[in-house]
Structure formats: C-alpha cells, structure tokens
Design a protein around this ligand. Structure first.
Ligand code: GLC
Length: 608
C-alpha cells in the first residue's frame, strides 16, 4: 500500500517491501485502509467494496484442522479457531505464532486484504499452549472475591495469547451455575449473578480500557448467552425452564456488566429457554442483547451450535436462515464451512436472509477488526512471545491460587502447619498431578492426568515450603503411614473433564480410591487434612466429622505452591465459597436463599 510518498521513493518502497515481507493484496490507498479515518467511515467504505461472497466469508469461522491457508484466500474466510486442544506441532508459542502468521498472510492475499481474526478458548490461561501459565479456573477466582486480581489475570492471559498471534479469546464464561451437577460448574464465578458480574473485569483485562488500545489487546467474549448454567438438572446444553423475569434476574446481569465494559463478542449458548434453542432466539439475541442492552459487538455461535436448532444432526438451510436472522453474526462451523457458505449464499439470493442482515453482521465484525488494529498490525508481535509461561505470570497465578483457597474446617487449629521440626505424610491422587490440579481445558479439551505441562504440583509446593528439619513423605494411597507423623494431608477430589462429560447425574461423593486413602491415613491415628481438588462442591458431609481440616482448593492450575502457602501460613486463607455447599446430593440444586440448610453457605470461609 503506497500512500503520501513521492513516486520515486514509492517505487523504492515497493521494491524493498516485495523482498522483505509478504506483500498484502493489490488494494492500495482506499479510505478503509487509512487509519486516520473514523472506524465507521472505514467500515462503510470497505463494505461498499465487498461482494456477497466476501461478506459471507467474514461471517464464517472454520477450525484450523479443517482449512488450509489457501482456503482462506479462496473462500475469503474471516476467522479461524482452535477448538479445545487443537494446536500446531510442535505445540510451542513460536509454532503458534508461525501458524497464525501463515493463516493471516493467506487472508491478506485477497483483493481487499481483510485480515482474519483467530479465536481460542484461553479460559484459565492460554491453556492450549504447552508451557503457558495455567491460572485457577473461574470457580476458584470467584472464591477470591478479587475483581482487580481477575483483571490482572486477564491482562497476563492477553499477553500470552497475543504472543502467539491469537487476537480473540472465547472468555470469560459469565454463566451463573445453579446446579452443581453441571459439568461446567467450574467455569462459573458463582451461583448468584453478582459474582460473575463483578468478575467481568476479565473483559477489561483482556481487551484493555479500549479495544486495540494496547498491543496486547485481545477481543473478549461473554459466554454463553443466556442461561447455560440454569438448565434443569444441570444438564449441559439442556433446557432452562424459567420465567422471563427469573431469566433476567439471574442470568442477564453478567452480560449487562460485560456490555458496559465494551466486550467485543458474545457467544450463544447451546441450551434452550423454555424449549427454544438460544441459537434461534431472535428476541433474546436481537431485541434484548443488541437492542435493549445496546451490544454493538458481534455475536458468534457456539461450535456447530446452529445444528441444534431443529434437534437433528447437521444444519439445514432453514437453520442457517433462522440463526442469521435471529442475530448471529458469525457462525462457528468448524468443518462444514463450505456447505455453510453455499447455503447462506443461496438463502440470501432467494430472499430468506435480507442483505441488510448480512451487512449488519459485517459492520459488527469489521468494526471489531478495525478497532483491534488488525488492518495496521495483522501479524504476531513477537516481542510478547517470551511472556508465555513467564515467571511474572506464574507469580500472579500463585497469588490467585492463594486467594482462591477456602478453609472450611480447621479443628484444633491444626492449620497452619509448622514448617520446621515436623513430620508430614502426603497422599491422594491429586497431590502430585499437574493435570488433575488443572482440570479440563488444559492442553486438551477434556484435560488429562499426569505431567501434561510445566508447573508445580501441590506436593512439590509442600516440599518447597518446609524447612530442613521437617520430613515430607508421599505415597498416593497412604501406604507406609504410621503414628509417628504429626499430620497427614490427603489431596483428593475429581479428575479432569469438560462440558457435558463432566455432568454428574448420580452420587457426588469422593471416589473409592480417595475414601480408602483417607481411611488408611485415619487408621494410623494421624490427624487428616483433606485438600479437595474439584470443579465443584462434593457430597462430603458424611465424611467430614472424621477429617480434622478441609480446604477447598478447586482447580488451581500449574502453580500448586499457592496451596502450600495457605497450608503453612505463608498466606492466611481469605477465600469465600462462591457456591452453596450441599449437605446432601439430594439437595441439588441448592443455592443461596432457597430455604434449604446447606453444609456450608455461599460466602463461608475460615481464616487463621
Ligand atoms: C465449545 C464450548 C465453548 C467454546 C467453543 C469453542 O463447545 O461450548 O465454550 O468456546 O466450543 O471451543
């Protein structure tokens, strides 16, 4: 692009540019390419130059594994995503940046050189990337009651995300989890709207005060609109049966807060409201979200979300039309994106989808791309790549772990433990397992047990916390313990899961291995401190009298030393329950104010 330069120098610039960097497309000197013009002017100019296919391409988001770079050029695709765990090989920050730049180069090799936008689920750190800092999941951040901390986390995550080129984060989840059976309870900041609303500071952390106002500004996404956490039975992608007044009271405030913070995108929920799939609900998407709340960003579907509108597999022309006319602006169609493009083209040409809707969707999408600065800075700023997994970010994550711990029982003041002259036995399947303490959405979609990424296990944190005169013995099942030990720490709970695969329709107790481990420790006559690593409250009332202490650790992520900081008094616990803790699984759903008597109420938490 040559602008405001004398011809001779212009020719020199062209020659050097041609050698030095990928030359963007032939387009040169159009108003939309002038960053000194208002965004509205640039959008209007660009829109006036776009063909229908270019407009439909901007509304199409494909998964990285189902497109080639040349597909972006050929089909004018406007967005690419990584589904959970979808990473380049090798899975390094640099390889991510190279992948991103490759797709971007292809997107810019189109007549109008419209940059693509790349989305990921960085829901507790840049969690698809090996070596990235993994922060506590939202349920633990809700326990911290620290919106300023959450904003700092957002900024740190944005630095790591931007360092890999990626410019769009499908976070925060602002769901209000009302039934702990739901497999996504840990993605909720709390069971009442005040908590997710207060933690909408993550939006500001990710985007900055104004979108594109800093090099690491990343587009945030409020999800999943609306009522995903309110389904009957906690059934993931199920049916939220509420009056409109209840839906507005419980599930709308966090989205109002996010819109007020200028969130750039909103993702639609798979769930239904009184039997109608959200992906086809024009009233809630257009009338309420875009009209009443004044949301000016763009609405993206969930993964193959439009397929569910009619209840049968795949999508039809009718579902495409219903979704777009309901107000969805970009469709996450990971693999069948060619079919989507041809279907939407036909639906526009036959008048089922008005061009005004197509133009509105494009205005929204292009506005965010201009505001993000993608037209001026389309490629990775590699100066941020070294922030991935940096010591500074890990220190912040450790602070978040400290603040997220909730002390629920502390008989005889056994906590904090003495660092010196002590003899401690550590057991439990979650004591020395980075994968288990990180939970779902970590390296892979579902997460997995084991040393899946660099970090500090809770056991490693304990070993580092004690002095030279203290011994720490570890055995996962407690084998070898005897009465000579001053205390036993049992780190137990859940193993990783995500979304519906985490739904628990039956008992919500500890598993047999955990119960046996704790029994082994108790039978040695040693006081047992239970550290519960889980994505939700569990049904522990029957066991609690046998435990000397109980610490809810949630899903702390890679910085397990933060748990030891609390156990040994380096940080006195300040966490407060974001969810009511059931007295029995039969109480589910159980929430503040519902009249039931819990084991521990929302807001409960002891300190030293
Ligand atoms: C998933 C989730 C959503 C995520 C999207 C892309 O199914 O519902 O939270 O952002 O697909 O991975």
């Amino acid at each position: 692009m040559i602008r405001h330069r004398p011809l001779g120098l212009a020719l020199l610039v062209v020659a050097v540019t041609a050698l030095a960097a990928p030359a963007p497309a032939a387009a040169a000197g159009y108003p939309y390419q002038d960053p000194t013009l208002p965004v509205t002017t640039r959008v209007a100019d660009l829109l006036s130059r776009m063909t229908l296919d270019e407009k439909i391409g901007q509304m199409t988001q494909a998964e990285r594994g189902s497109v080639t770079a040349s597909d972006l050029t050929t089909y004018r695709l406007g967005s690419v995503l990584s589904g959970g765990g979808s990473a380049p090989t090798p899975n390094t920050a640099t390889a991510w940046a190279d992948m991103y730049d490759g797709f971007q180069r292809a997107a810019l090799a189109t007549p109008l050189a419209i940059p693509m936008i790349y989305g990921v689920d960085a829901v507790h750190g840049h969690n698809n990337v090996y070596g990235a800092t993994i922060f506590p999941h939202n349920i633990g951040l809700g326990a911290s009651r620290d919106p300023a901390l959450v904003q700092q986390i957002g900024q740190a995550v944005a630095e790591e995300v931007a360092g890999t080129g990626v410019d769009w984060d499908f976070a925060p989840c602002l769901c209000v989890a009302r039934n702990d059976r739901w497999g996504r309870t840990y993605e909720s900041f709390g069971e009442t709207p005040d908590l997710p609303s207060s933690m909408s500071t993550l939006v500001t952390g990710l985007q900055g005060g104004t979108l594109g106002g800093r090099p690491t500004s990343v587009l945030a996404t409020a999800k999943h609109y609306i009522g995903d956490g309110g389904t009957t039975g906690g059934d993931d992608q199920g049916n939220t049966q509420l009056s409109e007044a209840e839906l507005r009271t419980v599930h709308l405030p966090p989205f109002q807060a996010a819109v007020q913070r200028g969130v750039g995108a909103v993702m639609i929920s798979y769930s239904s409201w009184n039997g109608v799939k959200l992906h086809g609900n024009q009233y809630l998407i257009t009338t309420v979200l875009k009209g009443e709340l004044g949301f000016s960003g763009f609405v993206v579907s969930d993964w193959n979300g439009i397929d569910q509108i009619d209840g049968s597999a795949g999508f039809t022309a009718a579902e495409v039309t219903t979704a777009i006319n309901a107000g969805i602006d970009m469709v996450m169609v990971p693999t069948a994106w060619k079919t989507f493009i041809s279907t939407l083209r036909a639906e526009v040409q036959n008048g089922h989808v008005p061009m005004s809707r197509i133009d509105d969707a494009n205005r929204r999408i292009l506005t965010k791309k201009f505001e993000l600065g993608l037209f001026e800075r389309p490629y990775t700023d590699r100066s941020w790549t070294p922030t991935v997994g940096s010591a500074a970010h890990r220190a912040l994550a450790r602070q978040a772990v400290r603040e997220s711990q909730v002390l629920l029982k502390n008989s005889a003041g056994i906590l904090p433990l003495a660092r010196d002259n002590n003899k401690i036995f550590v057991a439990g399947k979650n004591a020395d397992n980075i994968g288990n303490q990180s939970g779902g959405w970590t390296i892979s979609w579902q997460g997995s047990s084991g040393d899946i990424t660099p970090g500090t296990s809770i056991l490693q944190g304990i070993r580092a916390a004690v002095g030279p005169t203290t011994t720490v013995t570890y055995n996962q099942r407690g084998t070898g313990i005897n009465s000579s030990y001053g205390a036993a720490i049992a780190v137990v709970g859940e193993t990783p899961y995500a979304e519906g695969q985490g739904d628990r329709t039956g008992a919500m107790s500890l598993d047999r291995e955990d119960l046996r481990t704790i029994a082994t420790l108790r039978n040695a006559g040693v006081p047992v401190i239970v550290v519960l690593v889980s994505g939700r409250p569990l049904d522990v009332a029957g066991e609690l009298p046998n435990w000397t202490a109980l610490l809810a650790s949630w899903l702390p992520g890679t910085e397990g030393a933060g748990v030891a900081d609390v156990l040994f008094g380096g940080y006195a616990p300040t966490g407060k329950l974001p969810m009511t803790w059931m007295n029995s699984v039969d109480q589910q759903p159980i929430n503040a104010g519902d009249g039931q008597v819990p084991l521990f109420p929302q807001g409960f938490g002891l300190t030293y």
